[in-house]
Design a protein around this ligand. Structure first.
Ligand SMILES: Cc1cc2nc3c(=O)[nH]c(=O)nc-3n(C[C@H](O)[C@H](O)[C@H](O)COP(=O)(O)OP(=O)(O)OC[C@H]3O[C@@H](n4cnc5c(N)ncnc54)[C@H](O)[C@@H]3O)c2cc1C
Length: 329
């Protein structure tokens, strides 16, 4: 009988692990949300489409580049943006660096994960809340104590602060997990009735409150309705995490008005998302954590750095380790 493996989380790390392991084991992925992709996220409202998490990803390793290029051929990914300018209080600084391919999902950021996950067994809206030792394996249960099944090996790809809450104290990687620091982010989503050309598709922002702005309609395969996605700075989000959402939104709109000279407070659509764990401030510095005796592991961007590609690299390294173990089993 094949070894059974539970993967917690269907972000890019969980999906990469699942794809790499499914030829070697019986893999089930548990995802607490309705959609796949984790922080590679999209929100659609009133005909507006916002990629409110990761903006684009790079693929510097040949293996991941070939995954990204295959996704382009399959229609699940595209190239965007051509340039990332810098928006400052005194105007726009044009990006003159030689372009490096930057990828996005199609028809939305989550489309990349959806495309990669087609053959995986994924249980959506299934939050893993507890792991209980059972013989040589683990029994998983959800928030209502519903049994989610027994598995030989369990891997968490949830952000490190959430993995700590899930995984038993005896896990050999616990000390390393506790060194991880992650910061939050607020994302402001603005939908407009009329087209808008601010003179850029995407820009980093130098500002005490804001850090990034994207014009959604400039992306391939998106809705043509004008939508802007704006990220706060991570340090500003950390300082304002528990503040009233209306005040957070008002301060972000005020900063945008200063930068673009336009008031968006009466826009057709306004929405705010709070990411509690957006950015990796302090990574583990090892590609993954795995406890051979307990049959428990953890991986994700927080092992290596703050990027989609770091999450892929972490999951790839752990899957190689697990395949070696499965071959010896
Ligand atoms: C606002 C923002 C902007 C970003 N911009 C960029 C960018 O431009 N470029 C870039 O490369 N990276 C960017 N990133 C970072 C990038 O999104 C992450 O590095 C990457 O997506 C992490 O993937 P992951 O699979 O490790 O984690 P996640 O995507 O967080 O996946 C973890 C999954 O686990 C699920 N989960 C958690 N707990 C449980 C549980 N108990 N039971 C079941 N499921 C659970 C979650 O719902 C989630 O789907 C950005 C992130 C944010 C938030």
């Amino acid at each position: 009988m094949k070894t059974s493996i539970a993967i917690i989380g269907a972000g890019i790390a969980g999906i990469t692990l699942g794809r790499n392991l499914s030829a070697h084991a019986d893999v089930t992925v548990f995802e607490k949300s309705r959609g796949l992709g984790g922080r590679m996220a999209n929100r659609r409202r009133e005909g507006f489409s916002f990629d409110h998490g990761a903006q684009y990803f790079t693929a510097r390793s040949p293996a991941f580049r070939s995954v990204a290029e295959d996704a382009i051929k399959a229609g699940h990914a595209g190239i965007w943006p051509k340039a990332v300018h810098t928006l400052k209080a005194d105007g726009l600084v044009t990006d003159t660096r030689p372009p490096e391919p930057r990828y996005i999902g199609l028809p939305a950021m989550s489309g990349f994960a959806n495309g990669l996950a087609v053959e995986l067994e994924i249980r959506k809206e299934a939050t893993v809340a507890r792991l209980a030792a059972s013989g040589d394996g683990w029994v998983l249960s959800d928030n209502e104590d519903k049994d989610l099944g027994r598995f030989d090996l369990v891997i968490s790809t949830a952000p490190a602060p959430q993995t700590i809450r899930l995984i038993p104290e005896t896990f050999a990687g616990n000390a390393a997990l506790k060194t991880v620091e992650m910061s939050g982010c607020f994302t402001l989503m603005i939908g407009l009735d009329a087209p808008l050309d601010p003179g850029f598709d995407a820009a980093r922002i130098e500002d005490p409150v804001l850090s990034w702005i994207a014009v959604e309609a400039s992306k391939p395969g998106r809705s043509e309705k004008t939508a802007l996605t704006i990220h706060s700075r991570n340090d500003w989000a950390e300082a304002n995490l528990e503040r009233d959402r209306g005040e957070v939104q008002a301060e972000m709109l005020q900063s945008l008005k200063r930068l673009l000279g336009r008031d968006f407070s009466t826009a057709a659509w306004l929405d705010l998302h709070r990411w509690r764990y957006a950015n990796v401030e302090q990574a583990v510095g090892e590609p993954f954590l795995f406890d051979d005796d307990l049959g428990l592991g953890a991986c994700g961007d927080w092992c290596l750095g703050n990027r989609v590609e770091a999450a892929v690299e972490s999951a790839t390294a752990l899957s190689e380790r697990l395949i070696t173990r499965l071959r010896g089993a």
